[in-house]
Design a protein around this ligand. Structure first.
Ligand SMILES: [Fe+2]
Length: 257
């Protein structure tokens, strides 16, 4: 079974690009299940319902989120009503939406989890180690394998999560930094892990944002409005080949299209 995870969609041009290309790539590569991080689909402002539905129609089976997911009030009812879009599970329980879901992947029940780091992020969220542990306990027996999008800034926190859940969550991919890392690895108990998937958006600036804006903000510390980068759009993703009966990842490869 092949599972594709796609890094943060940075703006609507990334959504449009996936709309044009994702089904074609799915078919060409024989992908069974696709997870896309959609937290910035509206450009540093969460994702609205139209963009979320476009991504789901474009070939994503599930949309994961992060620190920007709750930013648009208009998405809250969609998060409540559609279990294919997640927000981090370590938010308070009263926050709309859900942080995990069980979906079908070629007849297997896949538990998809989305959690957020607390190092250089939101220190008052629930500790992700305990929060994820609680979900795995609660859902035990109700799924065949598990996938986690861990949305975090610090590489060390991502690595610690991956090693702690090795063998219990079969696929763990980091998101948020927009930088595709080269550390694809299969951990001792069979978990496939990468520190960061990368991004899906315009490649000409800094992490999807116009470079001049970032330079000005960095040098003058004034609230210059963000603008999207220019340049060709591309998609960073990682394909995990999983043996669902052995609950082990057998191969990992990067793709860019
Ligand atoms: Fe983020």
């Amino acid at each position: 079974m092949k599972i594709l995870m796609v890094g943060d969609v940075t703006d609507p041009s990334g959504v449009q690009y996936l709309k044009e290309r994702l089904w074609e790539e799915r078919k060409r590569l024989g992908i069974d299940f696709v997870a896309v991080n959609a937290e910035n689909a509206s450009f540093i402002g969460g994702a609205d319902q139209i963009l979320a539905e476009t991504l789901l129609e474009a070939g994503a089976d599930v949309l994961t989120g992060g620190n920007h997911t709750m930013q648009r009030l208009s998405i809250h009812s969609f998060l409540e009503n559609d279990s294919r879009m997640l927000r981090p599970l370590n938010y308070p329980a009263a926050v709309p939406g859900r942080g995990y879901t069980v979906l079908d992947a070629q007849g297997y029940r896949v538990l998809v989890l989305n959690a957020m780091g607390v190092v250089h992020m939101e220190p008052t969220l629930d500790n992700p180690f305990y929060a994820i542990d609680r979900v795995l306990d609660r859902e035990e027996g109700h799924y065949d394998f598990a996938i986690l999008d861990f949305h975090a800034e610090a590489a060390g926190e991502k690595g610690a999560i991956a090693h702690y859940f090795d063998g219990r969550i079969q696929i763990i991919a980091g998101t948020h930094t927009h930088v595709p890392t080269a550390d694809l690895q299969i951990l001792p108990k069979g978990t496939g892990f990468v520190t960061d998937l990368g991004m899906c958006g315009p490649t000409g600036g800094v992490l999807g944002i116009n470079a001049d804006v970032i330079i000005e903000r960095s040098m003058l510390h004034l609230p210059k409005k963000y603008e999207a980068a220019e340049g060709p759009v591309s998609v960073d993703g990682v394909i995990f080949t999983l043996d669902p009966s052995a609950k082990r990842v057998t191969a990992i490869e990067r793709i860019k299209f």
